[in-house]
Each structure stands twice: as structure tokens, then as C-alpha cells.
Design a protein around this ligand. Structure first.
Ligand code: ZN
Length: 195
């Protein structure tokens, strides 16, 4: 059965996740499906709860090809960065989030082998965002409320993002009113990519 992207306020996004016992054929199939959905949404990352599966698995691709981490654990953090973040489960909503500048993440790769990833900047941001998902933590929990906005599209001439400021409260109540999943795909546009 094809899985779908799950959006806020679905409670599965807050549900506890379990470690995978091993990277079984089922887990590999899940990873493949997640990579497809991440691509369809022009996302940089996707965590299993976002497709309704409470398992400790995420996929990411920051332009160097997709990869998966199963049972990820952050073993080292360094520095700080503040930058724009969105999430495939919060269509069109963006804001600034403070993250560690660099992280080291350990877990299993898509073949079940031990892996260790040393990441900085954007990849470090994506890894932290996805690992947060596996704890039921969402970017709205960490976003600077003063920077929350809708991305309406891009100016045809300048290519600049067209933003509409909003409060987090208003944004969440609008999302709870149910934007269609179609909207998410049409409006993310692929330039400022959600995770
Ligand atoms: Zn996300």
C-alpha cells in the first residue's frame, strides 16, 4: 500500500517511535518509499512518522544523493547556526530555527551497516530536524516566533520569495483547518526546501 505524507495536526507526528530491530526488507521498502515522497515534495529530509510509521528511520538529500539512517543517535554537537527552516508536514510555513552548527550522527545505513556521519551547516540542520521528528519534536517547537511566515511563491522577475508574516498561533490554526496535500506539492516550489 502506498504511503502518504502526513501533515500537522495528525497526532502520529507526536507519537513515540521505536528502534528498528534490524534493517529488514520491510524497512528497506519503507526507505525507498520515503525517498520517493521526499523527492515529490522537493524536501531535504523526511522522517518515518511523517509517513505514519513510528519507527526510528529518516531519509535525507541535500544535493549529494539520498541516504537513510536507521536508529540514529547524535553523539556530538558543536557551535550554533540560525537559519530558515520548513517541514513537509507544515506546507508553506517557514521560520528561523537555531541549531547546532555541526553534529556527528551514528546509526545504521540502508543496508544495515554501522554508519557515522559528520555534518556541518545545512546537512547538520537537516539531521537535527529529522532526529527531532523521531522524538515527536517539531520545528514549530523551536522556531523563533517573530520570524514565522507563509511562503506564497516567488517573484517572477527577481526570484525573491514572497512572504506573508503570520503568528505561529494563526498558522497552526490555519493548518489544523486542513490544507490539502496537493497544496504542499504545488507551493513548495523546490527553492526553499522543507524537511
Ligand atoms: Zn519536518
Amino acid at each position: 500500500m502506498a504511503r502518504q505524507l502526513i501533515c500537522y495536526p495528525d497526532p502520529v507526528l507526536r507519537a513515540p517511535t521505536k528502534k528498528a530491530r534490524s534493517v529488514t526488507p520491510d524497512v528497506k521498502a519503507l526507505i525507498e518509499e520515503m525517498i520517493e515522497l521526499m523527492r515529490a515534495g522537493n524536501g531535504l529530509g523526511l522522517a518515518a512518522p511523517q509517513v505514519g510509521v513510528p519507527l526510528q528511520v529518516f531519509v535525507a538529500d541535500v544535493g549529494e544523493g539520498p541516504f537513510a539512517v536507521v536508529n540514529p543517535k547524535v553523539v556530538r554537537v558543536r557551535g550554533e547556526q540560525i537559519g530558515l527552516e520548513g517541514c513537509l508536514s507544515f506546507p508553506r510555513l517557514y521560520g528561523d530555527v537555531a541549531r547546532a552548527k555541526a553534529v556527528t550522527v551514528r546509526g545504521l545505513d540502508s543496508q544495515g551497516k554501522k554508519t557515522s556521519i559528520e555534518a556541518e551547516d545545512l546537512l547538520a540542520r537537516v539531521l537535527q530536524h529529522e532526529i527531532d521528528h523521531l522524538k515527536g519534536t517539531l520545528f514549530i517547537d523551536k522556531v523563533d516566533p517573530a520570524t514565522v511566515h507563509w511562503l506564497l511563491g516567488y517573484d517572477a522577475e527577481t526570484g525573491e520569495p514572497i512572504k506573508q508574516p503570520t503568528t505561529l498561533e494563526d498558522a497552526l490554526s490555519a493548518l489544523a483547518g486542513g490544507p490539502s496535500r496537493q497544496d504542499a506539492r504545488l507551493t513548495t516550489g523546490g527553492r526553499v526546501s522543507p524537511a
